[in-house]
Ligand binder design. Sequence first.
Ligand code: GLN
Length: 486
Amino acid sequence: GTMNPFQHGEVFVTDDGAETDLDIGHYERFSGISAKKSDNITTGQIYSDVLKKERKGKYLGKTVQVIPHVTDRIKEFIKSDIKNEDFVICEIGGTVGDIESLPFLEAIRQFSNDIGKKNTLFIHLTLVPYMRASDEIKTKPTQHSVKELRSIGIQPDIIICRSERNIPLEQRKKISLFCNVDIKNVIQTIDVKTIYEAPISFNNEKLDKQVLDYFKIKSKKSVNLNPWKKIIKIVLSPRKHVNIAIIGKYVNLKDAYKSLDEALVHGGIHNNLKVNLVRIESDNLKPTEIKKKLINVSGILIPGGFGKRGTEGKIAAIKYARINKIPFLGICFGMQMAIIEFARNVLNIKTASSSELNSKCTPVVGLIHEWKKDGKTIRGTNKDLGGTMRLGLYEAELLNNSLIKSIYKAKSIKERHRHRYEVNINFKKHFEKKGLIFSGNSPDKNLPEIIELKNHPWFIGVQFHPEFKSRPLSPHPLFSSFIKAA
Ligand code: GLN
């Protein structure tokens, strides 16, 4: 929960408020199923559970060891929260040979033994590099990683070979022979132009068939991949293009706003056009350069963020979007910055800011207890920073005749949150008098969830992260509408 996006990319948030790795977002986008806390675990959580159990004396004074205590906890986690599922897909991140992943690999080795080999299938993903200089495909890294895997007792049943180009039969045979895997189970996965081609590419390589054959399951009918084909067509040969600026602190790392990038692509799919993402580093954005840098964009988006660095650039860009009537979407920190911009430049409160950025400011954004004495804060203060924000799904009621209500076509919505600070409700009247309305609010009316501008074609700020719920087969209405406006 305290992780900087520069480390592993975005922190993905689930409905039930788990702060997870961005891989979980990919699973949600491809499967269409919302993930839960019970879908992701880290070494730290495993050890923390084992230590808690030890302190409670649950190991009856035995020596606590990686095997069996840590591995048992991992196996318990795999088995938890399973109802009538046909398959459990269990992904172990990292690379074979990493010290960190060893207990996990040992645990799945045991797991296969526990429930029987015919009920488990090991898929190993390897890299098959292409050497340009000698025009060769190299199978050695695959051979070595399989050797490493076998040394800890796991024989892969299927090897998925990631490659830049087609792997010739001769090399496949080599992998099959050296790695002790049926040639039909050496599956290549060649780089695709859009990630949404992956299901089709795996189907062409018969990965699904091989998995079913292994488990001796007869396929009832062939899988319908038409929805994915439609998506690819729009993504790869769009009718039109639209440029959207994302102004943030982590724009140099591609994965830092992964779900957001995807949600914008989905918005494009819905409108049958390609979204070009113009990533602008907020740190270097001088107010004098705003016009030059934003002249070719049709929409401006300020994503979530933390801390002071780069905020003045964001505020200047919001002012530009507001005055020039350019479609604007502010997400979480982006909405908070829009509130600050409006307070400073329209309400003329020059000291307006967020107490996250300046403890001596006029807190138009801050912690609830700063303006409400009995304010029950839903997040911890003066406690740990990790896992104590407002996390996961919260309800917002939408105002009649608002733009947001026409977009969602609903009275109330539930979206995923991840923030500590809130917009100060005490300034509501001042904002509304000048045309910035709070068009979505928590059911108890204490927390502004959505803001919009009356005299602007499309200017919306949301305290939550709609990008986490957008999927290629069901694009999020907020992004569809934003792209349409742009
Ligand atoms: N830093 C802000 C807060 O904690 C916004 C967080 C975010 O954008 N996710 O409230």
